[in-house]
Design a protein. Structure first.
Length: 628
């Protein structure tokens, strides 16, 4: 690879720092955290955000026609996500410029079907499909749940976009960057070489991602290194839509529960990712205007060590992107600011921001105390590895700074009177509860819309003195009446000295404080929506089918072989006469014992699985139904 690949396209495609937005413009990167079934909440946030940006654009168009101050511009330039958040990012990539109705509180069934975010996350996905057995017809057990429906939903969604009208949106850039995190089970190999040593220290990177670029219909883009320009409408000879479908399923492939996915990636996708990193040697070389062709030795050291790989591609099995990077804030930030750049943080200077949508920001259950048992150590170790991979000290430091205006958070809230540990129905049963009833997913979608509106109204704000609003210019972008209409205090207290980055307009604006709750009302808590007993036959059928498949595919032969060895060893330990009698009895009973094992042994695991599942589901439903 080092003899044929060039560093130049990476340097030109990914500069160390991005140019600041034009005066009067604000750039937004949306980061969507892993959420399992709470992707319905994130989808609701997306739905409201699109409606708000459209309403803001219509307000500005009307103001220009009236000759009034034009306000400012907002651009959604980056979408990033992990797991269910990555699946939402992929949906947004497909439908960001499509014409579809927002899911307002009074929406009818036709509107629900016409909204692709609601259709995919609320109407189509359900545990009853995931407990099917269609995947077992392939003759292999690839996951605990039947993922056939996921392939169908993604396939339907991709095909649907090509039949929908395109709606040009001024708040979309020419190149919308989309980043989906992936957990690479193969790993990207690197060799760390030392002077004076013939051997190398070998390392493997498993936190992976795939990058797409989305452009308006008919606007051609040249792909940058490690980037796929998504063809959403044409013949797609490069198979970019199939790749998006596979990546969407891969980022959401919750380990064990959902099926791992294999993608074919060009080796060049990974060539100089290690060099495009803050404080890297590349930045020093660019600052010193060093010659980069031919490749200097330090650049060759950044290349992955694909020893033994003869082709230009690699097949990689992937699971849930949240296993390695559940909140890819840094990926989105670097896409927004440049790999060695930074976003202005102070309120008087901020012109870009990353907004994190996290349905599960609450504290996780504590790990076991000292001297834990073996059964508690293994799960705790698995959780510790994942949590440590997600920990980022720099994010913690910035989040604690009250004067940081370059990153914001949207999280579930049902108001201060809510006493349950979570505010979304999907938060129960380890994040899987949303799959169990459409009422749960509908609640979370509508709560996402309500929380997003509140966020835009009260929290996604900048000081009035920020140049974005042009208050100190000869012709201010915001008039005094605009300030009087939209100004708010930050964090709900003090003087109204902040202005919203995305002002609420049209239907979303409330003329009076008492009308606020009528626009996006608090959805009714979905208690009583599920009878756990109705799922027992499906759980039993899935468990029995999976167990029988495993048994017939080799597990049964292994168990019977182990049993024979145990019996033969026991017989061999007997004295002569008992040994001969036991051998004769075993020969006579062997076939009958085998038939008995084949008939009864596969039924033991399903009974255990059904009992455990029933108990867990009943407990979760009871907790949800009694939440206040």
């Amino acid at each position: 690879m080092s003899r044929t690949i060039s560093l130049d396209p990476w340097v030109k495609g990914y500069p160390p720092s991005r140019e600041a937005p034009p005066p009067g413009s604000f750039e937004l990167g949306l980061c969507m955290a892993g959420a399992v079934s709470a992707g319905a909440y994130t989808a609701g946030v997306l739905d409201l955000l699109i409606e708000a940006l459209d309403a803001f654009a219509q307000e500005k168009q009307a103001r220009r026609a009236r000759g009034e101050p034009p306000l400012h511009e907002v651009r959604l330039t980056v979408l990033g996500g992990a797991s269910a958040g990555g699946m939402c990012a992929a949906l947004a990539a497909l439908f960001c410029d499509a014409e579809f109705p927002p899911l307002t509180p009074e929406a009818d069934d036709a509107t629900k079907a016409a909204n692709p975010l609601y259709d995919a996350w609320v109407r189509r996905i359900d545990i009853r499909h995931l407990l099917g057995v269609r995947d077992l017809a392939e003759g292999a057990l690839t996951s605990a749940l039947d993922c056939t429906v996921l392939d169908e939903i993604v396939g339907h969604t991709l095909a649907r976009r090509r039949t929908m009208r395109t709606r040009p949106r001024a708040w979309l850039p020419n190149r919308l960057e989309v980043l989906l995190t992936l957990a690479n089970l193969r790993g990207v190999p690197y060799a760390l070489r030392f002077q004076g040593a013939a051997l190398s220290h070998l390392m493997s990177l498993h936190a992976d991602y795939i990058r797409f670029a989305v452009t308006a219909e008919g606007a051609g883009l040249a792909a940058r290194p490690d980037e796929v320009v998504l063809d959403r409408f044409g013949a797609d000879p490069g198979g970019t839509r199939d790749l998006l479908a596979a990546a969407t399923l891969a980022t959401g492939a919750f380990p064990i529960a959902l099926r791992a996915r294999t993608l074919t990636r060009p080796l060049e996708d990974y060539a100089f990712r290690a060099a495009l990193h803050p404080r890297s040697r590349l930045f020093e070389a660019l600052e010193a205007q060093e010659q980069l062709e031919p490749l200097p030795e330090w650049a060759r050291e950044c290349l992955p060590d694909w020893s033994g790989t003869t082709s230009g591609t690699v097949r990689v099995p992937y699971v849930d992107g949240g296993a390695m990077d559940n909140e890819p804030l840094e990926l989105v930030r670097r896409a927004l600011a440049g790999w060695n750049g930074s976003n202005a943080r102070g309120g008087d200077l901020a012109n870009r921001a990353v907004v994190l949508v996290d349905p599960f920001p609450e504290r996780k259950e504590a790990a076991p105390d000292a001297d834990p048992s073996l059964t508690s150590t293994l799960p705790a170790l698995f959780g510790a590895l994942i949590n440590n991979a997600r920990f980022k000290a720099e994010d913690l430091a910035l989040a604690a700074a009250p004067d940081t205006y370059s990153r914001f958070l949207i999280a579930p809230s049902r108001g201060p009177g809510w006493s349950a540990p979570v505010a979304i129905a999907s938060g129960y049963l380890g994040g899987f509860m949303g799959f169990f009833a459409e009422a749960y997913r509908h609640h979370d979608f509508m709560l996402g819309r309500r929380n997003a509106r509140s966020f835009l109204r009260r929290h996604f704000v900048l000081p009035i003195s920020n140049p974005l609003f042009g208050r100190k210019e000869a012709t201010p972008r915001w008039s005094d009446s605009d300030v009087a209409r939209w100004a708010v205090p930050r964090a709900g207290g003090g003087q109204p000295d902040h202005l919203p980055i995305i002002p609420l307009c049209g239907r979303l604006w409330a003329d009076a404080p008492e009308a606020e709750d009528d626009i996006e009302p608090l959805p009714q808590w979905p208690r009583g929506a599920l009878d756990p007993a109705s799922l027992t036959p499906l759980i039993r059928a899935r468990a029995e089918g999976a167990t029988r498949l495993l048994y017939d595919r080799g597990a049964g032969a292994q168990l019977k072989s182990m049993l024979r060895r145990m019996v033969e060893e026991w017989i061999a330990q007997q004295s002569w006469l008992p040994r001969k009698a036991s051998q004769l009895a075993w020969r006579l009973l062997d076939d009958r014992v085998e038939r008995t094992i084949d008939a009864k042994l596969p039924n033991i695991p399903p009974r255990f699985i059904v009992e455990q599942a029933e108990r867990a589901i009943h407990d979760a439903v009871r907790a949800l139904d009694t939440a206040r």
